[in-house]
Every structure is written in C-alpha cells, then in structure tokens.
Design a protein around this ligand. Structure first.
Ligand code: SAM
Ligand code: SF4
Length: 352
C-alpha cells in the first residue's frame, strides 16, 4: 500500500521558511490571521463508520509507536499555550473516547494550564461511562456529533445501531456539568427531511445544534458538489416548522452563523464551510494523532512535529517549527472551485 492509499500525505516538509515573519511569539500567518484554537487528534480509531467520513473497514491503524503518548500530547498542549498564545484546546479523532488514557491527557493539561478551556468532539458512544471522570479531570466542554434522531437513519449513516448510546451520552454529559452541549450535524441528503426533528430534540434537551455543510473529506470519495445539501436548502426545510431570524456570528472568528429559533433565546447554527467559506478569519492550528502539524484541514502541507519532539528538541525549537508552519499557512481552500483537489488525509485521519 502506498502512503497516499493509506491517507498519508506525500507532502511532508522539513524546516518552514520564516522569511518576512515579524518578531512575535504568536502563531501569525502572511494573511493577517493568528491561530488561537488548537485541534488535537488523538486516535484514528472510531466506534462508528459515518459514510461522510470513514471507509466501512475503518482507517488503517497507526502503529502504536507512531501515536503521540499522553506525555507528548500534554507537553505540546502546554507549550502551545505558554509559548504560542493558544487559548482553547479541543481533542478529537477518530473517536477520542477510544483512547482509554483520555482522562490522563485532560488531567495532565488541566494541571498545567488550568486557565485554558479543554473540550472534546465526540460521537457520544460510551460517553455515559466517561462523562463524570472527564469532567473531574478538568474537561470543560463537549461537542457531540449527531446527524439524526431516527434510529434507522442513524444506523444507515453511521453503519452502527448506536443511537441510544449517543442519547445516553449527551444526558450523562449534561448531568456531569458539561453543559451547554453543542450538537454537530453534517448536512446529508438522506437526513435532511429529519432536520426539524433533530432541532426539536435539541431544543427539548437544551443542546445547541449546529449544522455543518458536508466537506470533500470522506474516505470513500463520494462527495459531489452537485449533490451537497447547502445551508440555504436547510433553512428552507427548517423554515417550514420554525420561525428563524438571522442573528450573525458570536464573534468574527466563530465559524457558525446563528439563527434565533421561534424568537429565541434558543439558536441554531450553520457552518457553511463550502458555500460561505470563512478562511479569512480562521484561527485554527492542528495536530494529527501521529504528531504532524497542519495549518489547514484542506492543505497537504504538514510538518513532522513527532520526529522533532523525539529527537530531543527543546521547547524553543518546537515553538519555532510551529510558528514557521503557521507562517506558511495558505490563504484558504477552493472547495467551491471546479479545479478543487481534496487533501490526501481524510477527515478521520486529520481530526475535525
Ligand atoms: N468522532 C468524533 C465525532 O464524530 O464527533 C470526532 C471526530 S469527527 C472527524 C469530527 C467532526 O467532523 C464531527 O462533527 C463530524 O461530523 C465531522 N465530519 C466528519 N466528516 C465530515 C465531512 N466530510 N464534512 C463535514 N464534517 C465532517
Ligand atoms: Fe467516527 Fe466521528 Fe468520523 Fe463518524 S465523524 S466516522 S464518529 S470519526
């Protein structure tokens, strides 16, 4: 199997150029943006097989010695906060709950940088059994991915019959004090008719729902612009049951545009990555489970932070590599352009 077939990008860069970079500790780039939000993928394994993300058989396993360890993850997170100005950290995957040491990762980060909010993005399967321990370890927020409240529809989309486990996970997270819980739903043609039921369920359970336009990051490469459900189409569907009033973004770098539902205060968000792209205000920096640094979901450019870390590099050397990687971040993706080429790593291998 080639690297590309395994979903591992061929573009792996050495030392990024710092030409023209101003003297600042922060993660600035050539387009005036500053990264403050770190996404850390901690595994490629998953308990579901969402069709818009994973292949039926799952992703090829990352060899154990290539996965970042608890100590390595904690070191990088703490460094990113203290040296680079990161203000928010989110653990993702694959499914982050499939790492049994997630509580240790959270506790390790929380002990050293307690001022920084720690969050996970999870499919919620099995969360019921972990929510309390994670909250006690220092977890602040949970985003749960849930695309439909119809059991059959859920089983079709995720290729697993686990809807009840997700419901239980969301309720357990709320009981553990991890509210408000955000629910993320990818817009798919199969589940569009159930979008209003999902919104009603979220209103009843006091969860904040955000729909996300499907991105061309699925392992099966089925994504087609012509078949994609757009934000505009969703608004038409929701508008038949709810009264929606546009309320803008919480802050300029927030990807979700919000709508007040039936006069508020509840809202529904839409993350229109494709039709209303927000690269201009992007504030993300990403670390993959095998320790590669990425400045964008869609760019194949990555830097081998794991090798640098394991070669005995100092915090200063790691920080310099990270700053260089972000300085060379591109302006943004061109998903909506006819000549768009998807990145080699798929969503499950990058971490959404
Ligand atoms: N397993 C966890 C989960 O599902 O929440 C974390 C990893 S998952 C890759 C992170 C987020 O990416 C989820 O909200 C998921 O719905 C979203 N996602 C996956 N594939 C996507 C795609 N092709 N387009 C848009 N969002 C996608
Ligand atoms: Fe797993 Fe999350 Fe991808 Fe679904 S979206 S297959 S739950 S990693």
């Amino acid at each position: 199997m080639t690297l590309v077939e395994m979903g591992i990008p061929a573009v792996r860069s050495g030392r990024p150029s710092l030409d023209g970079r101003p003297e600042t500790p922060f993660l600035v780039d050539r387009f005036g943006r500053t990264a403050r939000d770190l996404r850390v993928s901690i595994t490629e394994k998953c308990s579901l097989r969402c069709t818009y993300c994973m292949p039926e058989e799952g992703l090829p396993p990352i060899p154990k010695d290539e996965l970042l360890t608890v100590e390595e993850i904690v070191r990088l997170v703490v460094l990113s906060v203290r040296e680079l100005g990161i203000q928010e950290v989110r653990f993702t995957g694959g499914e982050p709950l499939l790492r049994r040491d997630l509580e240790q990762i959270i506790a390790g980060c929380h002990a050293q940088v307690p001022e920084v909010p720690l969050a996970i993005t999870t499919n919620g399967v099995g969360l019921k059994h972990r929510a309390r321990a994670l909250a006690e370890a220092g977890l602040n927020r949970v985003n749960v991915s849930l695309d439909t409240v119809d059991r059959l529809g859920f089983a079709r989309l995720t290729r697993r019959d686990r809807l009840e486990s997700v419901f239980a996970g969301i309720r357990a997270a709320r009981d553990a004090g991890l509210a408000p819980i955000k629910v993320n739903a990818v817009l798919m043609r199969e589940t569009l008719a159930g979008a209003a039921d999902l919104l009603q369920w979220c209103l009843d359970e006091q969860c904040e729902l955000r729909f996300i336009e499907e991105m061309p990051l699925d392992a099966d490469q089925e994504w087609a612009r012509s078949n994609m459900v757009t934000a505009a189409e969703l608004l038409d569907v929701l508008g038949t049951r709810f009264d929606l009033i546009e309320a803008g973004r919480a802050d300029p770098s927030a990807p979700a545009e919000k709508w007040l539902v039936d006069g508020g205060p509840a809202t529904v968000g839409i993350i229109a990555t494709v039709t209303r792209k927000f690269c201009d205000t992007c504030d993300r920096t990403r670390l993959t489970a095998d320790g590669m640094l990425r400045s964008c979901l869609f760019s194949d450019q990555e830097y081998d932070l794991r090798a640098t870390l394991r070669s005995g590099a100092s915090d200063d050397e790691i920080a310099t590599l990270w700053r260089g990687a972000m300085w060379n971040k591109w302006a943004g993706h061109g998903i909506d352009a006819a000549d768009f080429v998807p990145p080699e790593r798929t969503m499950g291998a990058i971490g959404g």
